[in-house]
Design a protein around this ligand. Structure first.
Ligand SMILES: *Cc1c(COP(=O)(O)O)cnc(C)c1O
Length: 228
């Protein structure tokens, strides 16, 4: 990997297109989300316009980057664990919240969106590796949360997100395939929802994720280098 941000992004796009072709999918159907946590605003600014969106992990850092003009006109997504009391800094400011994993947070987002007279797009985060330390809903809790969300007009569920445990390629693909099956299940349960997004795959796994149906990959270190 080089320190030339544009070259790094071009190389990732080429690898994404290659994986898409192997899966007989259109490269244009897969969104590249650049993960900006721990990165300098000037560096992030260099990638604005070259990536499809930015992924921010923490509300405070997102606001800092925004105030420093890092995102330019590129849309911002919130991808980190979201505390209920921080939702007010995020709702209405981002195109998509990836990390909704509990009723209380869902209700809070809906109330905030309602008070701003907007509809907030969200993903439901699944703890696909069933790791005690990780946030995310267990797969068997998904139908109930979808039912709750379906009754809230100010939130729109667009799909699912996961951060599987570190694994080799074979195991990664198994996790990603299970996520794809869960999305299909959700689509069957709620044919009226625009469930078109599967957010999965990072620097070391985005090709496997695309082979298993990811529509959005979240890539940080392969674009910017190691985080400070
Ligand atoms: C940090 C992070 C990424 C990107 O990780 P890299 O390995 O640097 O690509 C993706 N998704 C989430 C939720 C993250 O926190």
């Amino acid at each position: 990997m080089s320190t030339d941000i544009a070259a790094n992004i071009a190389s990732i796009r080429a690898r994404m297109a290659n994986a898409a072709q192997r899966a007989e999918r259109q490269p244009s159907d897969i969104v590249l989300c650049a993960v900006c946590k721990g990165q300098d605003s000037a560096l992030i600014r260099q990638s604005a316009g070259l990536v499809d969106c930015f992924g921010e992990n923490r509300a405070q850092e997102m606001l800092l980057h925004a105030n420093q003009g890092a995102h330019a006109h590129t849309p911002v997504h919130f991808i980190g664990h979201l505390q209920t009391n921080k939702a007010k800094d995020v709702v209405g400011r981002v195109q998509l919240i990836h990390s909704v994993d509990r009723n209380r947070l869902l209700a809070r987002i809906a109330a905030l969106a309602d008070s701003q007279a907007l509809v907030q797009d969200i993903l439901i985060q699944i703890n696909i590796g069933a790791e005690a330390s990780k946030s995310g809903l267990s797969p068997d809790e998904l139908p109930a949360l979808l039912d709750t969300a379906a009754a809230l007009p100010s939130v729109r569920v667009r799909g699912l997100m996961a951060i599987p445990p570190p694994a080799d390629s074979t195991e990664n693909r198994r996790y990603f395939a299970r996520m794809r099956a869960l999305l299909t299940q959700a689509q069957t349960l709620h044919p009226g929802m625009p469930l078109d997004t599967l957010s999965m795959g990072m620097s070391d796994s985005f090709e496997d994720a695309i082979l298993e149906g990811a529509t959005l990959v979240r890539v940080g270190s392969a674009i910017y280098g190691q985080r400070t």
